[in-house]
Design a protein around this ligand. Structure first.
Ligand SMILES: [Ca+2]
Ligand SMILES: [Ca+2]
Length: 348
């Protein structure tokens, strides 16, 4: 289980990730830990939470915190799900948390998150988190996110604007780190670096065929204008967060789910995301994933591969398929929200 493996801190016998652990869990396959998990004292935690309650939002927040912060298992699941959410999903996620529907989320509502997403039995890690005692409503602010969202004493309210900003910043931060990882610190990616990133989480057995396409179809020795900038990369990430909408617009554009060419592909992306993909990115994607060489991408050649990739990236069981996964999250979410409603006795 990813959380247990990456979490490097314990406090009051509960396991926590630091913000650095969280970023590493996204970027790295596994971690080779040389040191045992650190048991924090109340004084150390208080200092972290004081700092977290004063920090400014921004797209280097998690890197700024580094190891000076605590993320609970429930919050880890929450952060994972929002990492791949399209912008249209932000408002739904906010409304989910805003149980009484008064347009802001208070700490009490945020603590219901545990009920909402922490309940899925198959995702609860064996050690550490199962014997975690539930946080009672009167408990002190005890994680970095709580201190950041609601202040040191849990007195602040989270508005939609702030929530949105947080999600955008987190997505941007992870994208920037991934870009730098694959561009090896340079300000553009070569097309082969981009391909490496694309194929990083795809099914390894198929990768040799993709690399073969790459070698045959993409000319060696590239000039700078053919390499991929961070903006082009971000546009592609935005697109992969909107795969469901993209699949839908492909269906609208092409009859009977036939393979689509670059022009139609571009149109479908524009419809789904409102943005364009750059020529370099589109051309690379087509050259790599077009396995039968008809200059078109079929559902199986592209959407199937990308859905699988998202799941692998999140280290979720790949066999279920992304649609089922989100359906499952949604169902659990609704169930949790209903239970939470019952508990608060809210009339809604
Ligand atoms: Ca509320
Ligand atoms: Ca094809």
């Amino acid at each position: 289980m990813c959380f247990n493996q990456f979490a490097s801190m314990t406090y009051n016998k509960e396991l926590y990730m630091t913000p650095r652990d969280f970023l590493f869990s996204i970027m790295l396959e596994n971690v080779d830990r040389k040191l045992p998990k650190k048991a924090l004292t109340k004084k150390e935690v208080d200092k972290m939470l004081d700092a977290a309650s004063r920090v400014q939002a921004g797209n280097s927040l998690f890197r700024h915190f580094g190891d000076d912060g605590l993320i609970s298992y429930t919050e880890y699941l929450f952060l994972l799900t929002i990492l791949t959410k399209p912008h249209t999903g932000f408002h739904i996620a906010f409304k989910m948390l805003d149980i009484d529907g008064n347009e802001h989320v208070d700490r009490k509502e945020f603590l219901k998150l545990k009920k909402i997403i922490g309940k899925r039995k198959e995702t609860v890690p064996k050690e550490g988190a199962t014997d975690m005692k539930p946080v009672a409503e009167g408990d002190d602010v005890n994680t970095t996110l709580q201190a950041f969202f609601f202040g040191r004493n849990g007195e602040n309210k989270l508005q939609y604007k702030g929530f949105c900003r947080f999600m955008e910043d987190l997505q941007a931060e992870v994208q920037e780190m991934e870009f730098l990882q694959f561009s090896k610190g340079m300000d553009t990616m070569r097309r082969e670096d981009f391909a490496e990133w694309l194929l990083h989480y795809t099914n390894e057995e198929a990768n040799e065929a993709y690399w073969e396409n790459m070698r045959k179809r993409i000319p060696a020795g590239q000039v700078k204008r053919n390499s991929i900038t961070f903006d082009e990369f971000k546009a592609f990430c935005l697109f992969t967060n909107n795969l469901e909408d993209f699949a839908f617009s492909v269906k609208m554009i092409s009859e009977a789910n036939r393979p689509i060419g670059m022009v139609q592909f571009r149109r479908a992306v524009k419809i789904a995301t409102g943005h364009d993909l750059s020529e370099n990115v589109l051309d690379t994607v087509f050259k790599i994933f077009d396995l039968d060489g008809d200059n078109c991408l079929s559902h199986k050649e592209f959407i199937g591969v990308m859905e699988d990739r998202v799941l692998r990236g999140l280290k979720v069981q790949p066999q279920r398929g992304i649609t089922n996964y989100w359906k499952c999250v949604k169902r659990e979410t609704l169930k949790g929200a209903q239970e939470a409603l019952r508990d608060t006795g809210s009339p809604f």
